[in-house]
Design a protein around this ligand. Structure first.
Ligand code: SF4
Ligand code: SF4
Ligand code: FES
Length: 483
């Protein structure tokens, strides 16, 4: 990366070429408050929060950092050297907050709200709001109301679609959600309507916000205007702990944060990785936060399973699901070797491979396909289906084939014995003679190789169910010990 020299607050510094001023200053440790700017969205430059002073033909003048490219020899002033910048940023906040509701104590965004953070950075101001006038919100007239104090209020709990609720008064019209739907989702379902102080965010008349990535708008909304119905009012964000891990529902291996507290996963958020999923995560991948606590299979006696395996003199098929990590695969390879020539390993899923969506999904449901293949395991289950007659026992590991495709999986019904190791108590476990609950991938640590051949690390999220189950690999080790 080419570096250029600029002067920031009267000091020469080296910054990367080709960046905007927010990113260039960040590279030398200077954070610039911003609201509408998002590194993975086209720049719109509407909030004016990121003001700095830059030298120009008329000397130093205020300009927005997000829309100003850095150039060699540029002179930049931040609040560290320019009271004018500090004052201008504060003035922007005053405008944004004048009719903003006093909702922080009940707002889902509180604790991670950029407006709150920027206010804390700028330093408290004495309110100049005239108490006789009070706050006056003039958004969508359809949702306006007058409260007990005679003040105009905006819409609360506006149902934008199946997953998203809008609090109109909290919107700062930054247009991040509009730009996301337009440029990332490629389906312009949100718009800013009306002008000036009357501007509000809305869908097109009679239409809903409904898109496989629509929950991303709640991640990027810098304030608590767009809220995810699945998370709304469930937990204060400062009570959550975060685990950096990798989504195993798709072979792109989107980087995620698992936000949890007291053994419960409250939400799964995208963890920015420019090489993988950038700042995006599909609704389907986010759903894991709810699914992980539903219909879990807990318990199961390993010795009992070992006894069944020992009694089986015929061939055994071990099917590893796409969420098995490299460590799981290694443990089951060793287990298969301990059975001698009577065991054969397969991997994969009966779910169809779909097209990559170009956002944060490859479309391949076998997350660790590259890892399985690296370990020399055939990831096409059609061979197992063809040769089902050869086997006396099938052991499925995080491979819930009868849940994925009951019709195709019925071809495996001819295998007399079935042991399932699964996190869930679904149709697959109902087909077994014995089943053992295992940890879900979100509760597992380990390594996966994504479809771009990148090695990525999973870290375990401590859930109530994880405390009652073991990982697939530790069960494989126990089965081997009992063999
Ligand atoms: S969006 Fe919510 S947390 Fe942020 S300032 Fe407004 S009310 Fe407070
Ligand atoms: S709803 Fe949120 S993201 Fe959309 S314009 Fe308003 S503040 Fe910005
Ligand atoms: S962040 Fe630069 S104008 Fe909004």
């Amino acid at each position: 990366m080419n570096m250029i020299t600029i002067t920031v607050d009267n000091k020469e510094v080296q910054v990367p070429e080709g960046k905007n001023l927010i990113e260039a200053l960040k590279a030398v440790g200077i954070e610039t408050p911003h609201l509408c700017y998002h590194p993975d969205l086209p720049v719109s430059g509407n909030c004016r929060q990121c003001l700095v002073e830059v030298d120009g033909p008329r000397g130093m003048a205020l300009t927005i950092g997000c829309y100003t490219p850095v150039r060699a020899s540029m002179k930049v002033a931040t609040p560290a050297s320019s009271p004018k910048v500090a004052e201008a940023r504060k003035a922007v906040l005053e405008f944004l907050l004048v009719n903003h509701p006093l909702d922080c104590p009940i707002c889902d965004k509180a604790g991670e709200c950029l407006l709150q953070e920027n206010y804390m950075i700028a330093g408290a101001s004495n309110s100049r709001l005239n108490p006789d006038v009070g706050k006056q919100y003039h958004g969508n007239p359809e949702h306006s109301s007058t409260d007990g104090k005679g003040q105009h209020r905006g819409g609360k709990r506006i149902d934008l679609g199946p997953r998203i609720a809008l609090d109109e008064e909290r919107c700062i019209q930054c247009s991040r959600c509009v730009r996301f739907m337009r440029s990332v989702a490629g389906d312009e379902q949100l718009q800013l309507a009306a002008r000036g102080g009357h501007t509000y965010i809305t869908t097109f008349p009679g239409e809903k916000l409904d898109h496989p990535y629509d929950r991303c708008v709640t991640d990027i909304c810098p304030v608590g205007a767009l809220t995810d119905k699945a998370f709304r009012f469930r937990k204060r964000v400062w009570a959550l702990s975060r685990i950096p891990t990798v989504s195993m529902d798709d072979s792109l291996g989107a980087n995620i944060w698992a936000d949890h507290a007291d053994g419960v996963v409250y939400r799964v958020m995208p963890r920015c990785n420019p090489e993988v999923n950038r700042s995006w995560l599909s609704n389907a991948a986010k759903d894991v936060a709810q699914k992980i606590h539903e219909n879990r299979l807990l318990g199961g006696n390993v010795s009992e399973a070992a006894k069944i395996i020992k009694e089986t003199k015929g061939k055994k098929a071990i099917v590893l699901g796409g969420s098995c990590t490299m460590e799981d695969i290694a443990a089951f390879k060793k287990l298969a070797e301990s059975f001698g020539s009577t065991a054969e390993l397969f991997g994969g899923s009966l779910l169809p491979i779909q097209k990559a969506d170009g956002i944060a999904r490859s479309g391949d449901p076998v997350a660790n396909r590259a890892g399985l293949e690296k370990a020399g395991i055939n990831t096409n289950l059609s061979e197992l289906l063809k040769r089902a007659d050869e086997f006396e026992l099938i052991i499925t590991v995080a491979a819930d084939l009868w849940d994925e495709s009951p019709k195709e999986a019925s071809g495996l019904d001819k295998i007399p014995k079935h042991i399932a190791l699964s996190p869930f108590n679904g149709s697959t476990t109902k087909k077994t003679i014995f089943s053992i609950g295992i940890r879900h991938w979100l509760e597992n640590s380990g390594t996966m190789i994504n479809c771009k051949n990148m090695e990525q690390k999973l870290q375990e999220t401590p859930t109530n169910e994880a405390a009652q189950t073991e990982s697939a690999r530790s069960i494989a080790e126990k089965l081997r010990d009992e063999d």
